[in-house]
Design a protein around this ligand. Structure first.
Ligand code: COA
Length: 322
């Protein structure tokens, strides 16, 4: 039996930061409101000309190095992003060129905030079927480019960043199972209704930015993620007691808290980075994972529950032994 295991992780955040105090100067909000409702204190913002691929390159090189591999060992690139550099080629191909990799399949996945879970699930299947040995799986975003910085209901939530893992073939168990879902009936609750390149008039009219019905999104997210906990544990024949760490999508501390409770995990077993990064969409889970791996919290052999929820709606989970 071939398994896929996380061989290395990496992440990268742009230098520029907007604190809640900065946002107080931009829109009618307060640090207190943002902290109470979301837990977010600051978010990183890409510099002028800094692209999703730029952030991803740093995260990818760090993950490849942590895996003890070279770029020539990578034989698959799966790149989750909602904010690609260009319409085409895919950001995966742009990254492949940067890394100097020639030949292996490289493609983007668009599942908004669930993108990394979708990407790791796909890479896992390539490895388990023997089609790849070392997959580079990335979640990277420059969401600040599709945020309306005059809309206090959305601009306080999002940030830019990148996270990556190298998933390698192994004879020891790594990824136990992944579970992916989508339900397009909710598209109107969270969307960017116009294409930036295709319709510049829409940008000027403020339509090519994130639109969100926050309260409704919150309710569906909590219910849906609660259900996926049961689905994932049932599929593996495990209970809450078997989980060492929850590495959740970093959208809101209240959603994360509800999920930690569902898994009966004490708060010190839940990786929370949303206070420092905001919601970085597809980058959020691999950024949180890399943070907890590098600061020594997550150890080899521990069982991790990864989950995400996002526009579409899409949602998913991955259960794995690190
Ligand atoms: N600063 C101050 N007040 C704000 C504000 C801001 N940035 N944004 C909204 N408000 C106001 C609203 O206008 C509303 O005022 P009103 O009562 O006079 O109408 C009040 O605060 C409460 O708004 P509400 O939307 O009910 O707040 P909430 O408790 O639901 O929190 C979110 C809002 C967006 C933080 C919360 O709904 C949320 O996190 N939703 C999920 C979003 C998410 O995770 N999206 C990504 C999914 S991947």
């Amino acid at each position: 039996m071939i398994y896929s295991r996380i061989a290395g992780t990496g992440s990268f955040l742009p230098e520029k930061v907007y604190t809640n105090a900065d946002l107080e100067r931009m829109v009618d909000t307060t640090d207190e409101w943002i902290t109470d409702r979301t837990g977010i204190k600051k978010r990183h913002i890409a510099g002028e000309g800094e692209t999703t691929c730029d952030l991803a390159e740093h995260a990818s090189r760090a993950a490849i190095e942590a895996a003890g591999l070279g770029v020539d060992d990578i034989d698959l690139i799966v790149f989750a992003t909602t904010t690609p550099d260009q319409v085409f080629p895919s950001t995966a191909c742009l990254l492949q060129k940067r890394l100097g990799i020639h030949g292996p399949a490289a493609f983007d996945i668009q599942a908004v905030c669930s993108g990394f879970i979708y990407a790791i699930s796909i890479a896992d299947k390539f490895i388990k079927t023997g089609s790849a040995k070392n997959a580079l799986v990335i979640g990277a975003e420059t969401l600040s480019r599709i945020v309306d910085w005059t809309d206090r209901e959305t601009c306080i939530l999002f940030g830019d960043g990148a996270g990556a893992v190298v998933l390698s073939a192994s004879d020891k168990p790594g990824i136990i199972s992944t579970h992916l879902h989508a339900d397009g009936q909710y598209e109107s609750l969270l969307n960017v209704p116009k294409g930036i390149v295709s319709d510049y008039e829409a940008v000027k009219q403020g339509e090519a930015f994130i639109h969100m019905k926050g309260r409704e999104v919150f309710k569906v997210a909590v219910n849906t993620l609660g259900r996926i906990v049961d689905e994932t544990l049932d599929a593996a024949g495990m209970t809450q007691a078997d989980i060492d760490w929850l590495v959740p999508h970093q959208a809101n501390v209240r959603i994360i808290g509800a999920l930690g409770k569902k898994l009966s995990l004490p708060s010190e077993r839940v990786v929370v980075t949303v206070q420092d990064h905001g919601n970085t969409s597809a980058a959020s889970v691999p950024l949180a994972l890399d943070t907890a791996v590098r600061d020594g919290r997550i150890q080899r052999g521990e069982t991790l529950f990864l989950e995400a929820f996002g526009g579409g709606f899409t949602w998913g989970s991955a259960l794995l032994i690190y």
